[in-house]
Design a protein around this ligand. Structure first.
Ligand SMILES: [Zn+2]
Length: 267
Protein backbone atom coordinates (compact mmCIF):
# COMPACT_ATOMS: atom_id res chain seq x y z
CA UNK A 1 0.00 0.00 0.00
CA UNK A 2 2.83 2.37 0.86
CA UNK A 3 4.44 1.86 -2.56
CA UNK A 4 1.20 2.62 -4.36
CA UNK A 5 0.95 6.03 -2.61
CA UNK A 6 4.30 7.14 -4.02
CA UNK A 7 3.59 5.85 -7.49
CA UNK A 8 0.58 8.13 -7.85
CA UNK A 9 1.99 11.63 -8.67
CA UNK A 10 -1.47 13.15 -9.23
CA UNK A 11 -2.68 12.53 -5.77
CA UNK A 12 -0.73 15.23 -3.93
CA UNK A 13 -2.38 14.76 -0.56
CA UNK A 14 -0.90 11.23 -0.38
CA UNK A 15 2.69 12.41 -0.94
CA UNK A 16 3.89 11.85 2.59
CA UNK A 17 7.61 12.03 3.31
CA UNK A 18 9.11 8.51 3.39
CA UNK A 19 10.08 8.79 7.08
CA UNK A 20 6.59 9.80 8.26
CA UNK A 21 5.06 7.06 6.17
CA UNK A 22 7.39 4.46 7.70
CA UNK A 23 6.55 5.68 11.20
CA UNK A 24 2.84 5.35 10.49
CA UNK A 25 3.30 1.82 9.19
CA UNK A 26 5.37 0.86 12.25
CA UNK A 27 2.75 2.37 14.55
CA UNK A 28 -0.04 0.49 12.80
CA UNK A 29 1.92 -2.79 13.08
CA UNK A 30 2.61 -2.12 16.78
CA UNK A 31 -1.07 -1.45 17.48
CA UNK A 32 -1.99 -4.66 15.67
CA UNK A 33 0.57 -6.64 17.70
CA UNK A 34 -0.57 -5.15 20.99
CA UNK A 35 -4.20 -5.95 20.29
CA UNK A 36 -3.36 -9.55 19.35
CA UNK A 37 -1.26 -9.93 22.54
CA UNK A 38 -4.20 -8.67 24.59
CA UNK A 39 -6.42 -11.27 22.92
CA UNK A 40 -3.98 -14.11 23.76
CA UNK A 41 -3.47 -13.02 27.37
CA UNK A 42 -7.20 -12.61 27.96
CA UNK A 43 -7.78 -16.23 26.93
CA UNK A 44 -6.38 -17.77 30.09
CA UNK A 45 -5.91 -21.47 29.56
CA UNK A 46 -6.03 -23.69 32.59
CA UNK A 47 -3.81 -26.71 32.20
CA UNK A 48 -5.73 -29.55 33.81
CA UNK A 49 -5.01 -33.23 33.29
CA UNK A 50 -7.72 -35.70 34.40
CA UNK A 51 -6.40 -38.80 36.15
CA UNK A 52 -7.73 -42.34 35.91
CA UNK A 53 -8.85 -44.08 39.08
CA UNK A 54 -5.52 -45.77 39.62
CA UNK A 55 -1.87 -45.80 38.64
CA UNK A 56 0.96 -48.25 39.24
CA UNK A 57 2.41 -48.38 42.74
CA UNK A 58 5.86 -46.82 42.30
CA UNK A 59 7.10 -48.52 45.48
CA UNK A 60 6.63 -51.87 43.73
CA UNK A 61 6.98 -50.87 40.08
CA UNK A 62 9.76 -48.37 39.50
CA UNK A 63 10.40 -50.60 36.51
CA UNK A 64 7.38 -51.44 34.36
CA UNK A 65 8.00 -54.27 31.92
CA UNK A 66 6.20 -53.86 28.61
CA UNK A 67 5.42 -56.96 26.59
CA UNK A 68 5.86 -56.43 22.86
CA UNK A 69 4.58 -58.96 20.30
CA UNK A 70 6.61 -60.35 17.40
CA UNK A 71 6.78 -57.51 14.89
CA UNK A 72 8.89 -56.31 11.96
CA UNK A 73 12.04 -54.48 13.06
CA UNK A 74 10.81 -51.06 11.84
CA UNK A 75 7.62 -51.33 13.92
CA UNK A 76 9.50 -52.63 16.93
CA UNK A 77 11.98 -49.75 16.66
CA UNK A 78 9.15 -47.20 16.85
CA UNK A 79 7.73 -48.90 19.95
CA UNK A 80 11.12 -48.96 21.67
CA UNK A 81 11.65 -45.27 20.83
CA UNK A 82 8.29 -44.34 22.33
CA UNK A 83 9.05 -46.26 25.55
CA UNK A 84 12.41 -44.51 25.70
CA UNK A 85 10.78 -41.11 25.07
CA UNK A 86 8.49 -41.60 28.09
CA UNK A 87 11.54 -42.51 30.22
CA UNK A 88 13.63 -39.55 29.00
CA UNK A 89 10.73 -37.12 29.35
CA UNK A 90 10.13 -38.16 32.97
CA UNK A 91 13.85 -37.92 33.74
CA UNK A 92 14.01 -34.43 32.23
CA UNK A 93 10.90 -33.31 34.11
CA UNK A 94 12.11 -34.58 37.49
CA UNK A 95 15.63 -33.17 36.95
CA UNK A 96 14.09 -29.80 35.99
CA UNK A 97 11.36 -29.39 38.62
CA UNK A 98 11.64 -32.03 41.37
CA UNK A 99 15.34 -33.00 41.47
CA UNK A 100 15.02 -34.62 44.90
CA UNK A 101 12.34 -37.05 43.70
CA UNK A 102 14.30 -39.24 41.31
CA UNK A 103 12.52 -42.27 42.78
CA UNK A 104 9.23 -41.11 41.24
CA UNK A 105 9.99 -42.12 37.67
CA UNK A 106 8.42 -45.14 35.98
CA UNK A 107 11.06 -46.86 33.85
CA UNK A 108 9.44 -48.59 30.90
CA UNK A 109 11.46 -51.62 29.82
CA UNK A 110 10.61 -53.75 26.79
CA UNK A 111 10.14 -57.45 27.29
CA UNK A 112 9.89 -59.38 24.04
CA UNK A 113 9.11 -62.80 25.47
CA UNK A 114 5.52 -63.54 26.36
CA UNK A 115 5.65 -63.05 30.08
CA UNK A 116 2.57 -62.90 32.23
CA UNK A 117 4.57 -60.93 34.79
CA UNK A 118 4.71 -57.90 32.47
CA UNK A 119 2.82 -54.94 33.85
CA UNK A 120 1.92 -53.55 30.42
CA UNK A 121 1.12 -55.67 27.38
CA UNK A 122 0.90 -54.33 23.84
CA UNK A 123 -1.12 -56.53 21.51
CA UNK A 124 -2.46 -55.97 18.04
CA UNK A 125 -6.00 -56.79 17.06
CA UNK A 126 -7.63 -57.20 13.62
CA UNK A 127 -9.36 -54.25 12.00
CA UNK A 128 -13.03 -55.09 12.30
CA UNK A 129 -14.23 -51.58 11.53
CA UNK A 130 -13.87 -50.30 15.09
CA UNK A 131 -13.73 -46.52 15.42
CA UNK A 132 -10.49 -46.49 17.40
CA UNK A 133 -6.90 -47.12 16.33
CA UNK A 134 -5.86 -48.11 19.83
CA UNK A 135 -7.38 -48.58 23.26
CA UNK A 136 -6.10 -49.28 26.75
CA UNK A 137 -7.68 -51.15 29.62
CA UNK A 138 -6.23 -50.96 33.09
CA UNK A 139 -6.90 -53.74 35.57
CA UNK A 140 -6.56 -52.86 39.21
CA UNK A 141 -6.61 -54.87 42.37
CA UNK A 142 -9.52 -53.45 44.33
CA UNK A 143 -7.76 -54.33 47.58
CA UNK A 144 -4.68 -52.26 46.76
CA UNK A 145 -6.26 -49.51 44.66
CA UNK A 146 -3.33 -49.61 42.25
CA UNK A 147 -3.19 -50.72 38.64
CA UNK A 148 -1.89 -54.28 38.46
CA UNK A 149 -1.77 -54.73 34.71
CA UNK A 150 -2.52 -52.70 31.61
CA UNK A 151 -3.51 -54.00 28.18
CA UNK A 152 -2.89 -51.79 25.11
CA UNK A 153 -4.66 -52.93 21.96
CA UNK A 154 -3.45 -51.49 18.64
CA UNK A 155 -5.50 -52.04 15.48
CA UNK A 156 -3.17 -54.00 13.17
CA UNK A 157 -3.38 -51.56 10.23
CA UNK A 158 -1.91 -48.87 12.53
CA UNK A 159 1.29 -50.87 12.96
CA UNK A 160 2.47 -50.15 9.44
CA UNK A 161 2.26 -46.38 9.68
CA UNK A 162 5.30 -45.50 11.84
CA UNK A 163 4.31 -41.84 12.22
CA UNK A 164 0.74 -42.68 13.23
CA UNK A 165 1.88 -45.52 15.47
CA UNK A 166 4.17 -43.17 17.39
CA UNK A 167 1.32 -40.73 18.10
CA UNK A 168 -1.06 -43.54 19.00
CA UNK A 169 1.27 -45.44 21.30
CA UNK A 170 2.55 -42.45 23.24
CA UNK A 171 -1.12 -41.61 23.99
CA UNK A 172 -2.05 -45.18 24.99
CA UNK A 173 1.00 -45.42 27.27
CA UNK A 174 -0.27 -42.25 28.93
CA UNK A 175 -3.50 -44.14 29.73
CA UNK A 176 -1.51 -47.13 30.99
CA UNK A 177 0.33 -44.82 33.42
CA UNK A 178 -2.99 -43.43 34.67
CA UNK A 179 -3.76 -40.37 32.51
CA UNK A 180 -7.32 -39.70 31.36
CA UNK A 181 -8.50 -37.73 28.35
CA UNK A 182 -7.75 -34.06 28.16
CA UNK A 183 -10.83 -32.75 26.36
CA UNK A 184 -9.96 -29.05 26.58
CA UNK A 185 -6.40 -29.01 25.22
CA UNK A 186 -6.51 -29.85 21.52
CA UNK A 187 -2.71 -29.59 21.22
CA UNK A 188 -1.96 -32.03 24.02
CA UNK A 189 -0.97 -35.68 23.91
CA UNK A 190 -4.04 -36.81 25.86
CA UNK A 191 -6.57 -35.04 23.63
CA UNK A 192 -8.94 -37.85 22.67
CA UNK A 193 -10.11 -37.13 19.15
CA UNK A 194 -6.91 -37.14 17.16
CA UNK A 195 -3.24 -37.72 17.75
CA UNK A 196 -1.71 -34.26 17.94
CA UNK A 197 1.51 -34.43 19.98
CA UNK A 198 4.20 -37.08 19.64
CA UNK A 199 5.71 -36.35 23.06
CA UNK A 200 4.46 -35.78 26.64
CA UNK A 201 3.91 -32.24 27.90
CA UNK A 202 4.90 -30.88 31.30
CA UNK A 203 1.20 -31.21 32.20
CA UNK A 204 1.21 -34.95 31.38
CA UNK A 205 4.54 -35.37 33.20
CA UNK A 206 3.34 -33.48 36.27
CA UNK A 207 0.27 -35.74 36.39
CA UNK A 208 2.47 -38.87 36.11
CA UNK A 209 4.62 -37.44 38.92
CA UNK A 210 1.48 -37.10 41.10
CA UNK A 211 0.41 -40.67 40.21
CA UNK A 212 3.89 -41.86 41.21
CA UNK A 213 3.37 -39.96 44.47
CA UNK A 214 0.23 -41.99 45.20
CA UNK A 215 -2.49 -39.67 43.85
CA UNK A 216 -5.19 -41.20 41.65
CA UNK A 217 -8.60 -40.03 40.45
CA UNK A 218 -9.61 -36.39 40.10
CA UNK A 219 -7.22 -34.25 38.13
CA UNK A 220 -3.83 -32.56 38.16
CA UNK A 221 -3.52 -28.81 37.58
CA UNK A 222 -0.15 -27.61 36.36
CA UNK A 223 1.37 -25.29 39.03
CA UNK A 224 2.06 -21.73 37.86
CA UNK A 225 5.76 -22.30 38.51
CA UNK A 226 5.90 -24.91 35.73
CA UNK A 227 5.38 -23.67 32.15
CA UNK A 228 3.38 -25.76 29.72
CA UNK A 229 6.01 -27.25 27.39
CA UNK A 230 5.81 -30.23 25.08
CA UNK A 231 8.95 -32.27 25.74
CA UNK A 232 11.09 -33.30 22.79
CA UNK A 233 14.24 -35.44 22.54
CA UNK A 234 16.45 -32.32 22.59
CA UNK A 235 15.43 -31.83 26.22
CA UNK A 236 17.60 -34.44 27.91
CA UNK A 237 18.98 -33.70 31.36
CA UNK A 238 22.69 -32.96 31.31
CA UNK A 239 24.82 -35.12 33.59
CA UNK A 240 26.19 -33.28 36.58
CA UNK A 241 29.96 -32.95 36.69
CA UNK A 242 31.95 -32.90 39.93
CA UNK A 243 32.95 -29.33 40.80
CA UNK A 244 36.67 -30.30 40.60
CA UNK A 245 36.21 -31.31 36.97
CA UNK A 246 34.38 -28.07 36.17
CA UNK A 247 37.28 -26.12 37.73
CA UNK A 248 39.82 -28.12 35.69
CA UNK A 249 37.87 -27.48 32.47
CA UNK A 250 37.68 -23.73 33.19
CA UNK A 251 41.46 -23.55 33.85
CA UNK A 252 42.18 -25.38 30.58
CA UNK A 253 39.76 -23.25 28.58
CA UNK A 254 41.28 -20.06 30.04
CA UNK A 255 44.76 -21.24 29.05
CA UNK A 256 43.77 -22.27 25.53
CA UNK A 257 41.68 -19.13 25.17
CA UNK A 258 44.81 -16.99 25.80
CA UNK A 259 46.89 -19.15 23.43
CA UNK A 260 44.46 -18.74 20.57
CA UNK A 261 44.41 -14.96 21.08
CA UNK A 262 48.22 -14.90 20.73
CA UNK A 263 47.99 -16.79 17.44
CA UNK A 264 45.47 -14.27 16.15
CA UNK A 265 47.80 -11.40 17.02
CA UNK A 266 50.63 -13.02 15.02
CA UNK A 267 48.35 -13.22 11.97
ZN1 LIG B 1 -7.38 -42.22 24.65
Amino acid sequence: MKLRLYQNPHNSCLKLPRLISSVIVVLLVSVAMLSSMRTVSSQSISYVQPLLDSGFDIRVHQTLTVEIPELPLSTRTVILEVLNNWNQAQEWFIASYYPKDTDRIYHLVANSSSNSDSQIAIVYVPNTGQSWGGQTQNFGGTSTGYTQRSLIEIRNDQLYNPFGLRFLLVHELGHALGLGHNNQLSFDLMYPKQAVAPYPSTLNLYAVYLLASGKAGGSATLPETIPYIIWDPQKVPLPEFPSELVLLVSVFSAFFGRSSKRVHRLD
